[in-house]
Design a protein around this ligand. Structure first.
Ligand code: SF4
Ligand code: SF4
Length: 121
């Protein structure tokens, strides 16, 4: 666990409807987490691998849970969706794709009193 680890209650977040969008973002690895070699370039991989549908390689398709939780990269440990406008968009959106949420987040206004936050553990 790093000093800045955020222990968000992701179970509650999913029940609220976060759709585990965080694991569909492009996850850029910190230097310390760059251990895997890309066989094509022979260079260290700088990003977490993705499946064809854009979800993280480590995300369970059925449950949305991280299958690499104890060893997840630093960027995942420190990410706090409560400070990401996308969280509010995802809660209110009927769309399912990260690109739709990104587009919506540019135009949507969500009043402070209507915001929903994921609790911390
Ligand atoms: S960090 Fe936030 S968006 Fe990601 S799974 Fe947890 S509650 Fe959901
Ligand atoms: S490593 Fe785990 S927490 Fe990080 S993006 Fe992948 S599934 Fe999500």
């Amino acid at each position: 666990m790093t000093e800045n680890t955020k222990l968000l209650d992701c179970d509650t977040g999913r029940k609220l409807g976060c759709k585990s969008f965080c694991c569909r973002l492009l996850i850029r690895l910190d230097e310390d987490d760059r251990t895997e070699i890309d066989p094509e370039t022979q260079r260290k991989k700088g990003y977490v691998g993705k499946k064809d549908d854009g979800t993280c390689l480590y995300q369970d398709e059925q449950t949305g849970l991280c299958l690499n939780w104890d060893n997840r990269p630093k960027v995942c440990r420190e990410y706090d969706c409560n400070f990401d406008k996308l969280l509010q968009v995802v809660f209110k959106s009927s769309n399912q794709s990260i690109s739709c949420w990104m587009k919506e987040s540019v135009t949507v206004f969500i009043h402070e009193k209507d915001k929903i936050f994921v609790p911390y553990l």
